[in-house]
Design a binder for this molecule. Structure first.
Ligand SMILES: [Zn+2]
Length: 559
């Protein structure tokens, strides 16, 4: 049993800018390559002042407060190199109705999420499916009224083709027995022709157009909730792939300047020309709130996703003749963006999943390199997000053009049941091909793409080293030749992520002068049984010398 962490009296919001304190009693991994050592860490002004011999550390931090980590495992702060904070924050406020056994249970789940909502905000849910319910009957507004009486409530069906609302929402939308069905849509009705609360297809617009647009306060609340969820799973930084609009970036700046962000955000900006011009004018790097917020990247899309056959392929999908997927942005625009970003010293992230999407993205970066000249040392570190299906002949181009492959290990294990059906036995050799990329000299970084996947980085770590699902299938791992070692997987979420954000001189290692960003686990993920990895408890998440999350393990969690 872990006793309570006595010294966690530093409140999450307590800035320690003038504080000196000592972390002791931990097994410390100073880098992804290092062996663990029984060491102490002295933190001064939010930075690491000393790491090493406990007696020497005590001397240097005489009189300082002490956090006794009692044999737990201290790492450089973990990062997620590709997540969506706003999406996660929204999903935390949206009731998950999948698997509900009847309308009453679904309605109850709607009640649960109203606790965190401001007054008047609509309660939202998604995932109900009346085909799983007794009698396969569509639900009624009255069932939702009982659960959410005082505010409008709207819940999407599992397929997104219908919504179920309560009476407050019907009133807000001004819909009654006299409202006609719109073309291409249907309002389900009771015997007396009054709307029963379910709107199908185009009729959903009647509800949606009434819902209030998200406000700046909504954005701030949702992003903050997401950062707290991330801190809880040990993340000290999220590199946010949301491609925010300027007003959203302004909201992030306010949060950073008020010191409210518990973890660091390295964010991406929308590729809209009107958004870019103002930011380019502000300089190549915008760091705010003691670098809790960094703005210096742009995010755009080459193609769609593999599951829905939207990823752009060089040849037909193996399971759909004649379909080669979709290009989301014209290649000429990608070329232009890559050149512009290079010119301004900004980083460009291009989402690319199919082998054609990846080739077009690589082409854009290669052309920019040629036009502007050889990338300078450090370069602008362009990134391909996902880098999922790559033609084997394109794999060496990542190293040659200095393009970072930003991968999500959990996507491999989520997609493995059907990925080969989509691309066939030959192209699968260049899919989720982390080992081949590494062998070819490419730099990788690791993320989750939350909320598509869980934000827990240990799931990514587990997927990277096992290539198995959570029940351990398939035995030996899916295409095990692409597995990473634990050291490599740790690097993905620490030093590689730091490099991908131009932060290798201040994050990703435990060394004097580096930020005091730490992730502390109750068990050692570098040696734990693979099946233990996903559930290893986080003891402490510290960012810039502040406690972003800390837990006493007295609550029945046996390490
Ligand atoms: Zn994403």
């Amino acid at each position: 049993m872990f006793p309570l962490l006595v010294a966690l009296s530093l409140a999450p919001s307590t800035p320690t800018s003038s504080n000196v304190f000592l972390l002791e009693g931990a097994n410390v991994y100073t880098s992804a390559q290092a062996r663990p050592q029984a060491a102490s860490v002295v933190v001064r002004d939010g930075k690491i002042a000393f790491v090493g011999d406990p007696a020497a550390a005590r001397e240097k931090a005489a009189g300082a407060s002490v956090i006794d980590l009692k044999g737990s495992f201290l790492f450089p702060g973990w990062a997620d190199a590709h997540g969506h904070l706003l999406g996660l924050g929204k999903s935390l406020e949206t009731a998950d109705l999948r698997g509900a056994s009847d309308a009453t249970e679904a309605a109850k789940r709607m009640t649960a999420i109203t606790a965190t909502l401001p007054e008047g905000a609509w309660a939202e849910g998604r995932g109900w499916d009346q085909n799983r319910w007794p009698g396969e009957k569509f639900p009624d507004a009255r069932e939702l009224d009982a659960a959410v009486p005082n505010r409008p409530a709207v819940a999407r069906r599992v397929d997104g083709h219908a919504v179920w609302v309560n009476s407050a929402a019907l009133r807000a939308a001004g819909i009654d027995a006299s409202t006609p069905d719109p073309p291409g849509g249907r309002i389900l009705r009771r015997r007396d022709a009054s709307p029963s609360g379910v709107f199908v297809d185009n009729a959903m617009r009647l509800i949606e157009r009434t819902m209030p647009a998200a406000s700046a306060a909504d954005f701030e609340r949702q992003v903050l909730a997401a950062t707290r969820a991330c801190a809880k799973v040990g993340l000290t930084q999220v590199q946010d792939a949301s491609a925010y609009a300027p007003d959203q970036v302004a909201a992030l700046e306010r949060l950073a300047q008020r010191g409210e962000l518990p973890i660091r955000i390295y964010t991406t900006l929308s590729p809209e020309p009107s958004a870019l011009s103002g930011f380019f004018a502000r300089g190549a790097r915008i760091g705010l709130g003691q670098d809790f917020l960094t703005v210096r990247a742009i995010k755009t899309y080459a193609d769609g996703a593999l599951g829905s056959r939207g990823a752009a392929l060089l040849e037909d999908y193996s399971d759909e003749k004649g379909n080669r997927g979709l290009l989301v942005t014209p290649p000429e625009r990608l070329d232009e963006l890559a050149r512009e970003a290079r010119g301004h010293g900004w980083q460009l992230w291009i989402h690319a999943i199919g082998d054609r999407g990846n080739r077009i993205a690589l082409d854009a970066f290669e052309k920019a390199n040629r036009a502007v000249g050889k990338p300078p040392a450090g370069g602008d570190r362009p990134r391909i997000e996902h880098a999922q299906v790559i033609a084997l002949s394109d794999i060496p181009r990542f190293a040659r053009e200095k393009v970072i492959a930003s991968v999500q290990p959990t996507h491999a294990t989520s997609d493995m049941p059907w990925a080969e059906l989509r691309v066939g036995p030959e192209r699968i050799a260049g899919a989720y091909a982390w080992r081949k990329l590494k062998k070819a000299g490419a730099r990788l970084t690791g993320g989750s793409d939350f909320p598509v996947e869980s934000e827990n980085p240990l799931l990514g770590f587990y997927a990277a080293v096992t290539r198995q699902d959570l029940s351990g299938r398939p035995p030996g791992g899916w295409r095990p030749e692409e597995k990473l070692t634990r050291g490599e997987a740790l690097a993905l979420f620490t030093s590689d992520a730091a490099y991908a954000a131009f932060e290798e001189n201040r994050r990703g290692l435990i060394a004097p002068g580096f930020e005091a960003d730490f992730t502390v686990f109750a068990e050692d993920p570098m040696v734990a049984e693979p099946r233990r990895l996903p559930s290893i408890p986080v003891v402490l998440t510290m960012v810039g010398g502040r406690v972003a999350y800390g837990r006493g393990l007295s609550g029945g969690v046996a390490p």
